[in-house]
Write a protein that binds this ligand. Structure first.
Ligand SMILES: C[S@@+](CC[C@H](N)C(=O)[O-])C[C@H]1O[C@@H](n2cnc3c(N)ncnc32)[C@H](O)[C@@H]1O
Length: 416
């Protein structure tokens, strides 16, 4: 942005400097080249010694600025045309692509924790997730809950319609929820709306980018690991270069799946959510009786047939290991999934929470490895916990399931 003009600088020169800076002409050298003058002339422009531009200089500036605008239009057209031609642009952060994840899986498979980011990154895992959602997952209720919360944020003025917005979703999966939020927020008529999808699963990112297409001025799919990666995608967000707000969302209890919530908040979210930006978490709630949680049945010894959601969940959890051992040419291990409740330990840092811990048990090796944490929260206690890290809760929206039990809540907080 051009410096504030001294009183005696010509208004025309001031407008040229300002417009050129907005169009990315950052240095005196570039501006001089664009205007066809020497760099020394610019000092005279800025000091006010030059009050009028020569006719040929003005013509060169008009030409140069027009070329810049044309290039921007071309870039935008290329993105649109690529979409229309059935092509999708995707940025892959180093160390987060499928081969890197496969390598990490191989290196860590003998440890006691693998974690949820290995569940969906290949196409079979993504398919298992889509199957899980289709059968008895109550996805319709969760989508309706997202709509209610998005409407509340818009109606209550929590989202500032005078500023552009980066909606950044961590672990969006197929991004049906982000598409709903984008449509609702775009109706506010913000200067711009960018939807950034950050996920290690390329198959799900592809579906997600399609779902959000045309809902925002820009859709940016990043194959990136938000827990362990370098967060290089942050430099690609429009708000890294222009004034605007950020709304960082973690929906579908992704917050309750991470390895360590405190590390996430203090080391990862701290780099993404700037003061005055918003953080939106959709979390699973701790029910009064843990036995009423649909996952509780999985903690009991198998009783007869598995339900479809239980069978899908087992496939999802065991799939990455089964595929890895097949790729290694190993014979299938004797193994089973164990789900157990953890509470008051290092995996439940938020007061009042509990954790349905999903392990693979390798019977011959006499060891277990955790594939997934699925935590349940007391949303009021979660709000207080976040306040301890500099957030102020602005909205809480409880969401009922198909049997009218409140099993999920949205919590939206602003960073101080
Ligand atoms: C359960 S799924 C999708 C949840 C989705 N937000 C919803 O509300 O339905 C979780 C997603 O998070 C992604 N994920 C998990 N850990 C991740 C990590 N560390 N970095 C990036 N993506 C991750 C998975 O690949 C998966 O697509």
């Amino acid at each position: 942005m051009a410096k504030k003009a001294p009183a005696h600088r010509s208004q025309l020169v001031d407008l040229v400097l300002h417009t050129a800076a907005l169009l990315g002409v950052d240095s005196d050298r570039e501006l001089a080249a664009l205007a066809g003058v020497s760099v020394d002339n610019l000092d005279n422009w800025k000091s006010g010694a030059t009050q009028e531009l020569k006719v040929q200089t003005l013509a060169a500036i008009k030409d140069g600025l027009a070329r810049r605008v044309q290039a921007l239009k071309e870039a935008a057209r290329e993105v649109d045309a690529a979409h229309d031609a059935g092509l999708l642009a995707l940025e892959i952060e180093e160390g987060s692509g499928p081969a890197a994840l496969q390598r990490q899986f191989h290196d860590r498979v003998t440890y006691d924790y693998l974690g949820h980011r290995f569940l969906y990154f290949d196409s079979q895992g993504a398919l298992a997730w889509e199957n899980l959602m289709r059968a008895g997952y109550d996805q319709g209720c969760w989508l309706a809950g997202v709509e209610v919360c998005a409407k509340k944020l818009v109606d209550d003025g929590v989202i500032d319609k005078r500023r552009g917005l980066d909606l950044v979703s961590l672990g969006p999966g197929e991004a049906a929820k982000e598409a709903l939020i984008a449509a609702r927020v775009a109706a506010l008529g913000l200067p711009w709306l960018a939807v950034a999808l950050v996920d290690v699963s390329i198959p799900l990112l592809v579906s997600g980018a399609k779902a959000c297409r045309k809902k925002a001025s820009q859709v940016l799919p990043f194959c990136a690991d938000f827990e362990e990666g370098p967060l290089a995608f942050l430099s690609r967000l429009p708000t890294a270069h222009h004034d605007g707000a950020r709304l960082i969302v973690m929906l579908g209890n992704v917050f309750g799946n991470v390895r360590d919530e405190e590390t996430l908040v203090t080391e990862r979210l701290a780099a993404m959510v700037r003061p005055n930006d918003l953080l939106w978490l959709e979390v699973a709630l701790r029910l009064e009786r843990v036995e009423d949680d649909p996952l509780f049945r999985m903690t009991l010894p198998a009783q007869g047939e598995l339900t479809a959601p239980e069978a899908n969940r087992r496939l999802l959890l065991e799939g990455p290991y089964r595929r890895w051992e097949a790729a290694q040419g190993r014979r299938p291990s004797a193994m089973h999934t164990r789900v157990w409740v953890r509470e008051n330990d290092e995996t439940c840092r938020v007061p009042g929470s509990l954790n349905f811990c999903h392990d693979l048990v390798f019977e011959e090796q006499r060891r277990a490895c955790t594939m997934l944490y699925s935590r349940r929260y007391d949303v009021a206690a979660l709000g207080r916990w976040l306040e301890g890290f500099g957030y102020v809760v602005e909205a809480v929206v409880p969401v009922p399931d198909s049997q009218k039990r409140t099993r999920v809540a949205h919590l939206v907080a602003r960073r101080r």
